[in-house]
Each structure stands twice: as C-alpha cells, then as structure tokens.
Design a protein. Structure first.
Length: 531
C-alpha cells in the first residue's frame, strides 16, 4: 500500500465512525432534544385555550373579512346596532375583529368600564397619528408623560375662580345680547322656523372660543340677526373635524396616508381646512403674546398659558385647539336632544319654569336678568333634567382607547395589546341593571333625593363625561352653559319641534364624534303664556 492509499483509507474509517454516531442518536438523547420545544408549544396552546376570549354574541364573522361586513351594513345605525348587541349579551359587551385593521371590544359592562378608565388605557399610536395633523399633541391628542404634564398645567389654570367668573360672564352676555334677541325675533315673526341645533352650535362655538382664545368669532350676532354664513374660522374648523373623523371610518385602514401623500380627494380638502385653522389660531397666539408683553391681563385659557411663558407657539396653539374640539359640539349636542325631549313633556318644562321663578325670587332678579353662578347652582331639578337627557343621548358618541399591553378584564376575559377598546355611554344609559326597569323613560326625578337635591351617580356608571384620571375638564363649565341657556329659554319661550311625530319618532343622528341630529332640529318659538 502506498502512503497515499493509507491516508485515504484512514480518512474513510474516521468518516464512517462519524456518520454512524450522527445517524443513530439514542432514544433518550432524542427525547432530551425534543422535550423543551414540545413543552413550550403545549404550554402556550393550553394558555391561549384557557384565556377567556371576548364573545361576539349574535354577530356573524366572515371567514376572511371578520366583522367588517356587519360593520359596513350597520355603519349608519352604529349606536343602535351596537347597543342592541350589548344589551342582549350576557356579559354586556361585543368583541370584533376586522382583518388588517383592528381587534377589539365595545363594552357597556360597568365592571369593564371601571377597569379600563381607572387604568387609563392610552388613546394609542393609531388614533393619535390620525389626529396629529389637526390637533398636534395637545391635551386631547396625547398619552403618557406628554399628556400628564399638560393635564397638570391645565388643572392649575382651570380651577381658578377668575376663569369661572369669566365663563359665567361670557355665557350670560351671549344669552342676553344674542340668543334671547334672536328667539324674540323668531317668536314675533309669522311662522319662522329656526334650526335649533345650528343656533346652539353657533352659541357653543362663540363661548368656547372666548374661553380658550379670548376671541369672539360672532357666530351669533348681537341683536339676534342670524347671518347666512358662519365665521370662516367655525366653517374651517367644522370641515377639518369632519374630514379627519372620516379617516377613522374608512374601511381601508391606511388609505388616508396614500391619499395624503398624493394630495387628492378628502385629504386635499383636509389639508386646506387645517391650514386655515392653524393660520387663524397662530395669529391669535401671536396677538396674545403681544398683549402679555404689554402687561394687559386677560382671563382666557390661552392668555394664562402665555403668561406662564413655558410653551412655544405651536404647543400653545395645540392646547387651545384641544379645548375647542372638546367644548365645541358637546354642549350643543346635549341641548339639542334636551330641547327635543322636553318638547313632548310639558310637565318637565313646567317644573323647570317653576324652579327658575323660585330661584329668581330668592335672588331678587327679574326674567331676562343674567343668572349668577350661585343661582344656576340652585337649579337642582334642571340639573337633573339635563343629566337625564344626556343619560339617554350622551353627546360623545365614540370614546375609544387602546390597550397598551395584554390585560384581563374583571371577569377574566383576555385583552390583547393594541386592541381597540370602546365604551358605549349610550348602551350604559340603557341598562336596566343600572337604571331599573324604566331605564328607557326620560325621568328627571330619578336623580333627586327626598329633599329635592340632585344625587350624582358614580362616574363609572354614568360615563357621559368619561371617568378616572382622564375625566372631562369642562364638566362644570358645560353645566353652567347648558343651565344658563335652558333656564333663560324655557323661562320666556315654548320651543315647538316642527316634525311629523315630533313626540314619538326618535330623530336620526349623524355618525361622528358627537351625537348630532341628522338634518338639525327645526323649531318654532312661541312666547310662554303663564297659566
Ligand atoms: C356636555 C358637555 C360635555 C361632555 C358630555 C363632555 C364629555 C367628555 C368626554 C367623554 C371626554 C373624554 C373623551 C376622550 O378622551 O376621547 C372629555 C374630555 C375632555 N373634555 Fe369634555 N365634555 C363636555 C364639555 C366640555 C367642555 C365645555 C370643555 C371645555 C371647556 C371640555 C373639555 C374637555 C377636555 C379638555 C377633555 C380632555 C381631557 C383629557 O384628555 O385629559 N369638555 N369630555
């Protein structure tokens, strides 16, 4: 054998031995290799099977499109549809899944709602990025530290007595100089029909602009003449809000990004409307800076932030816009449904008028005089009637959050990270479990104690103003405004709804952030005749 042959045969022997040991591992070593992954996978399968999943009682799921077809079919009656499902389900919630878009729950279950709101689930990246073009990262459109910091600053400013005084004065001036003269004209003209929703929205816009910016857009004019066009600012703001909300309602999740990039369709209009709103708001911010440097002191929210000198112009603009979006259509929506409800309840109207008369006689004021903060506080029955009206028709229609991480609801139901979690104040207002068998009735008395004083319900059961750390900032302001309007109007006028079946058929609503009536609320105004 040559040296070469020897080397070759010894290499073959080594390779044979090696391949023998590789091809035939012993059974025990095989078990050792496979056991950990098998155990790991089985553990996770068992855990996921054990997790209680949200049920979708009665809601059909398409194998590929999930619940998208059901959503699209019911998008024009989302409130009624989701409420029917929630009220009929044993756990008072509906789960849903829309592929490529979101998984989530809409709940009316008080224990879920308390858990979610106390934990302060964030608004989430998806929602924040959709609104950021318009609202930047102001209080309403931020999470975490960014939100907390603004929340603390705003609460310092908001609790001051001078801001409250400024609000009461602004509201009383708007009532006395604009709203009442407008209604008197309507009452004195023959067959004049007013859109009450439009009037209330103009009122709310003037007031919230005064409080947020110290600017009066005069959407309701002095002396009660209703001009055809609203202020340019109100029109641009409304357009921007409607268009940005339509991003959320688009069934194709990110199509708005493509349209925005191409600058076409709704996104093109939105860009223009946002530019108008921002341009206008920036002008006001700069003028408030000038007033501040001139030692002129003003009471609106913006001027207070300017005075603290801690914020850049854009941050100031975003804070003020957050107030505008939050306070713009909420009080007007609440009052529109309130006037519609009481138009078929002369008993409620008579009790409100009696209460206003007795508060006036205690305060020594006459009809048409402005109400003080204390006089408004004493109107307990009116407070109850407004609260009851919002129980049945809550102004904020969609209040969604996103679960930051995996979580579990109080009954053990699993919530995945990033799920859309929406609570429905509308469904909660219709739960016999909270309000009793007569929950569908408009019954202001349910809020009054034996002494006639208003008894509040837990904010986690009456969730109209949200609850927990992120609860509404403007609740007290909203009541001041709503009570001022309702008391002044019902003291002097009867508001007759012009609509077939005014008392029975519930008006349709628009699918938006707030509960707006489709087609407005046409009314005729009459002067009240005392019995
Ligand atoms: C009847 C009238 C009102 C109702 C029913 C109402 C309801 C609500 C609800 C449900 C939220 C939570 C919404 C969300 O986070 O997506 C909220 C937040 C807020 N509201 Fe109101 N609101 C009303 C009036 C007002 C008014 C007049 C103002 C301003 C003066 C205001 C200022 C705010 C602010 C600043 C927030 C954001 C709070 C935060 O994120 O920390 N609200 N409101």
């Amino acid at each position: 054998r040559t040296l070469h042959q020897n080397i070759h045969s010894s290499t073959e022997q080594r390779q044979d031995k090696k391949s023998e040991s590789m091809e035939f591992p012993s059974a025990s070593s095989l078990l050792l290799i496979l056991l950990p992954p098998v155990l790991y996978i089985s553990y996770h399968i068992a855990r996921s099977l054990a997790k209680k999943k949200p049920t979708t009682h009665g809601l059909r799921r398409h194998p590929l499109l999930g619940h998208l077809p059901a959503f699209l079919k019911n998008r024009d009656r989302f409130l009624e549809w989701s409420t029917e499902l929630i009220v009929a389900s044993p756990d008072l919630r509906m789960g849903f899944w829309i592929p490529g878009m979101t998984t989530g729950i809409v709940t009316g279950n008080p224990a879920d709602v308390e858990h979610i709101l106390r934990a302060n689930y964030p608004k989430g990246e998806r929602a924040i990025s959709m609104l950021a073009d318009f609202l930047g990262h102001g209080l309403f459109n931020s999470d975490g530290e960014q939100w907390l910091w603004q929340r603390k600053n705003v609460s310092l400013e908001f609790t001051t007595r001078s801001l409250r005084g400024f609000l009461v004065d602004s509201v009383q001036a708007e009532v006395g100089n604009r709203l009442l003269p407008l209604l008197r004209r309507a009452a004195d003209g023959a067959g004049v029909v007013l859109d009450m929703q439009d009037v209330l929205e103009r009122f709310a816009f003037d007031t919230i602009c005064m409080v947020s910016f110290g600017h009066d857009p005069c959407c309701l004019a002095d002396g009660g003449v209703l001009t055809e066009g609203k202020s340019d600012f109100m029109r641009a703001f409304g357009e921007a809000q409607d268009l940005i909300v339509s991003r959320f309602l688009d069934p194709v999740a990110a199509s708005w990004k493509v349209k925005k990039w191409l600058n076409v369709g709704k996104e093109r209009r939105l860009k223009k409307a946002i530019a108008d709103v921002h341009g206008f708001a920036m002008e006001i911010v700069r003028s408030r800076r000038q007033s501040a440097s001139g030692e002129e002191s003003r009471d609106d929210v913006l001027s207070r932030f300017v005075a603290s000198d801690e914020h850049g112009d854009e941050a100031l603009r975003d804070i003020a816009l957050s107030f505008l979006i939050a306070g713009r259509e909420t009080t007007s929506s609440a009052l529109t449904w309130f006037f519609w409800l009481v138009s078929s309840r002369p008993d409620v109207v008579a009790r409100i008028a009696d209460e206003v008369r007795s508060v006036r006689s205690m305060a020594g004021t006459r009809p048409g005089d402005p109400f003080t903060f204390d006089a408004l506080r004493d109107m307990q029955y009116l407070h109850a009637a407004l609260t009851e009206s919002m129980r049945l028709y809550p102004p904020v229609l969609i209040d969604s959050q996103s679960s930051a991480a995996d979580d579990t609801l109080p009954d053990g139901t699993h919530i995945g990270a990033g799920w859309n979690i929406t609570y429905s104040a509308y469904a909660m207002g219709r739960l016999a479990a909270i309000w009793g068998k007569d929950c569908a009735e408009f019954k202001p008395e349910r809020w009054l104690g034996d002494d006639g004083a208003f008894r509040p319900e837990s904010p986690f059961r009456y969730t109209v103003f949200h609850a927990g750390p992120r609860t509404c900032f403007g609740k007290e302001m909203a009541y001041v405004q709503m009570k001022s309007i309702a008391a002044s109007v019902l003291e002097e006028f009867a508001v007759d709804v012009v609509r077939k079946n005014a008392g029975s058929g519930v008006p349709e609503h628009v699918l938006s952030v707030t509960l707006r009536m489709k087609g407005g609320l046409p009314v005729q105004i009459r002067r009240r005749v005392e019995a």
